[in-house]
Design a protein around this ligand. Structure first.
Ligand code: 0WD
Length: 254
């Protein structure tokens, strides 16, 4: 029997099979969870539907997190499809491509607002909307990156957004504990996904990280998936507000 048997999970942030959220969905499916998916826009609809079928699900909903009405709609769609929810995976981040070109000093007001809205506020808004559906013992998971803690050239406003996201995890952990719910973040090492390609010099970053980490190799989305299973299962029932690095130990190096 899988560790997530009987659990219902909503997975956001799949763009394709390379997405970190895809690795999480795969591991959740293996562990017996029932899955539902959101896609950000019409362009991603058919790809996400195919992925849902692969995992035995027919539940896919459009949700552009910059739109309050989409977030509301997810609440009502899940209420009628399932009536309850155990796990929310928030695997969403965005900043306009130009924001990764110069330094933080070049950040535009608009770019700052967009990065914080899509990458941070969305976690608060989704948590609030889905809270009434979540069963006691449930868990929320988000994805962050080392650029929240240290300067990673070109990560820029996204580093600031990830620092805010990690703080949000701690504050939400406090708020939702009274419902016997938990929230944690995985700080993943670099993975070649669509989002990563917007970051100037991503390949250099990948090369450096791989060279420096103690294992000398890149992480896989399957490795993130396995940690996600732990953080969303009862095995981690005393862990909340935590940022867990899945980076082959890169963050311990000086
Ligand atoms: O190296 C990496 N790839 C790392 C990613 C290292 C550490 C953390 N992360 C984080 C990202 O910052 C993000 O929070 O993991 C999360 C998932 O990122 P990913 O798997 O690398 O990226 P990708 O496969 O591109 O999926 C991110 C998705 C979007 O895909 P595109 O490529 O179409 O932007 O976030 C979603 C969208 O599906 N997204 C949105 N969803 C709803 N509403 C929105 C939006 N407005 N904007 C982006």
């Amino acid at each position: 029997m899988g560790i997530l048997e009987g659990k219902r999970a909503l997975i956001t942030g799949i763009a394709n099979e390379k997405s970190i959220a895809y690795g999480i969905a795969k591991a959740f499916h293996r562990e017996g969870a029932e899955l539902a998916f959101t896609y950000a826009n019409e362009k991603l609809k058919s790809r996400v539907e195919e992925i849902a079928h692969e995992f035995g699900s027919h539940l896919t909903f459009e949700c552009d997190v910059s739109k309050d009405e989409h977030i509301k709609a997810i609440g009502s769609a899940l209420r009628s499809a399932w009536g309850s929810l155990d796990i929310l995976v928030h695997s969403i981040a965005f900043a306009p491509r130009e924001e990764f070109k110069g330094g933080v000093i070049d950040t535009t007001r608009e770019g700052f607002k967009i990065a914080m809205d899509i990458s941070v506020y969305s976690l608060i808004a989704l948590t609030r909307e889905l809270l009434p559906l979540m069963r006691s013992g449930g868990a929320i998971l988000t994805l962050t990156y080392y650029g929240a803690e240290k300067v990673v050239p070109h990560y820029n406003v996204m580093g600031i957004a990830k620092a805010a996201l990690e703080s949000t995890v701690r504050y939400l952990a406090y708020d939702i504990a009274k419902y016997e719910l938990r929230i944690n973040a995985i700080s993943a090492g670099p993975v070649k996904t669509l989002a990563a390609y917007s970051i100037t010099g991503f390949h250099l970053l990948m090369e450096h990280t791989t060279k420096v980490n103690p294992f000398g190799r890149a992480i896989t989305i399957e490795e993130v998936g396995d940690t996600a299973v732990f953080l969303c299962s009862e095995l981690s029932r005393a862990i909340t507000g935590e940022v867990l690095h899945v980076d082959n130990g890169y963050h311990i190096m000086g």
